[in-house]
Design a binder for this molecule. Structure first.
Ligand SMILES: [Zn+2]
Ligand SMILES: [Zn+2]
Length: 463
């Protein structure tokens, strides 16, 4: 398999036909670009270790032809496998300042500090990587500094959106500028490879800024301590909560290693400017309970996370009592229901009040709903839509939206399929084996290869 100078290929090894462990390749003129390198977490009852990632064997065998790894943003499903797979790839890594700050920490954790050449790109920057001319275009998402990549080659042009939403008021960072994407349509885009997570949801996603009133109300009504749990990487949510703390006369503190890492990375990337800074967790014991607002990790019921320890009464810095309130500014990721229910039962036993996103407008998704997909397709006007970042039903729903938005061709497929983007669009099914690697300690091992085959057999994908 060798793309020649007439070809522009897209080859997903992870993240297409599933949500998680994104690993995408673009091929042209004998060279390859990798976009994202993430992990997924095995659900209860699934085979293999908890942390899993796409098997990169195909590109490892061609590592001399790999120009670079580009990381669109710092979510685990996009950056989480870099520290584990980079030793097999040995390539340049290019990303944003915030993502670089997160990645640098992850590399240090596995003993690779200072060994990986990470280059930081500014939004709007454009550079040549072998035969690929790559431009970084800022989009809003539920984490700072998410980027779409416009990849131009002599054979064709593709916009890889990464994860995104159109948030008119993202709290941290700027709203998306339509003109930057409309300009792409002027020069002509062969294909748009795009996020399908919320393609089955009508309407428009909620803006981060819309959460302030709901969060202010649920915190303001509380009489005791308030613990809010949210996805730690959502720096905008942390800013909103800092504002809520100020408005409700509380001091904010964060509990949990991943939250501390995120705040530190945000500081490094100059993205941390709440009105009043955080109170160290060890000082919480000296504050009156009605003056405490804690943000804690563990919104999915994760064992050992800060919220789990609070629910068990085993956290060294804070103890919950009857009448304290836990606010879930999050959603349940499918597969985590059992763990979360166990956590909720523990909180109930402690007579702690629980507020979830079903009770108030306190969570916003980071992915585009159907109206936003239509808008981006109308801005970019690609010839071909390639739905990714979704399970087969999400991809199929996305294809319908793309067709309605006037995109002439939609290509549906899954990991291991070769998408021909130019000169003639099409899909070659199952050209590349796409297994998974599981992480046990620091060791990577193949996860039962049959699982991927079984999934393929049970999933109907149509064009
Ligand atoms: Zn993602
Ligand atoms: Zn994301």
């Amino acid at each position: 398999m060798h793309p020649d100078s007439e070809d522009l290929w897209f080859l997903p090894l992870g993240g297409t036909g599933e949500i998680g462990m994104n690993l995408n390749l673009y091929g042209h003129a004998g060279r390859w670009l990798m976009v994202d390198c993430g992990v997924t977490f095995a659900k209860e009852g699934q085979a293999g270790p908890h942390v899993q990632m796409a098997d990169p064997e195909f590109i490892v065998q061609r590592r001399d032809d790999l120009e670079a790894l580009l990381v669109t943003h710092a979510h685990e499903d996009h950056v989480g496998a870099v520290a584990h797979l980079w030793p097999r790839l040995g390539c340049r890594v290019i990303t944003s300042g915030f993502t670089a700050a997160i990645l640098t920490r992850k590399l240090a954790e596995v003993g690779l500090a200072g060994q990986v050449p990470i280059e930081v790109m500014e939004s709007g920057a454009r550079s040549l990587l072998g035969p690929f001319d790559v431009q970084w275009l800022r989009l809003t998402h539920s984490i700072p500094e998410a980027h779409a990549l416009m990849i131009r080659t002599a054979a064709g042009k593709v916009l890889h959106t990464g994860d995104w939403k159109l948030d008119p008021d993202p709290v941290v960072g700027d709203a998306t500028v339509a003109s930057a994407f409309e300009a792409l349509a002027e020069e002509g885009v062969d294909a748009m490879v795009c996020d399908s997570t919320n393609a089955m949801v009508a309407g428009h996603s909620t803006s981060e800024a819309e959460l302030l009133p709901g969060l202010t109300r649920v915190v303001g009504e509380a009489r005791g301590r308030v613990v809010v749990t949210a996805f730690g990487s959502n720096i905008a949510r942390l800013h909103t909560l800092a504002q809520v703390a100020l408005a409700t006369g509380r001091h904010m503190s964060v509990l949990g290693r991943s939250l501390h890492n995120m705040v530190a990375a945000a500081r490094e990337a100059c993205l941390w400017h709440p009105v009043r800074d955080l109170v160290p967790a060890r000082e919480l014991g000296y504050l009156p309970r009605e003056e405490i607002l804690v943000v804690a990790t563990g919104s999915q019921g994760d064992p050992g996370a800060a919220l789990d320890r609070l629910a068990r009464g085993s956290h060294p810095d804070l103890e919950l009592e009857t009448g304290d309130r836990v606010v879930f500014s999050s959603r349940v990721i499918p597969g985590n229901e059992d763990g979360l229910n166990r956590l909720l039962r523990r909180l109930e036993q402690q007579r702690v009040e629980v507020v979830t996103a079903e009770d108030a407008l306190i969570h916003a998704s980071g992915h585009p709903c159907q109206d936003e997909l239509r808008t981006l397709y109308r801005w970019v006007r690609p010839k071909t839509a390639v739905p990714v970042h979704g399970e087969p039903p999400h991809l199929a729903a996305h294809a319908v939206v793309a067709r309605e938005a006037g995109v002439p061709l939609q290509l549906l497929g899954r990991n291991g399929d070769l998408f021909l983007l130019a000169p003639v669009a099409g899909v070659r099914r199952g050209l590349v084996g796409c297994g998974r690697l599981g992480l046990t300690g620091n060791r990577l091992e193949r996860v039962a290869g049959r699982m991927a085959e079984d999934e393929r057999a049970s999933t109907k994908v149509s064009e």
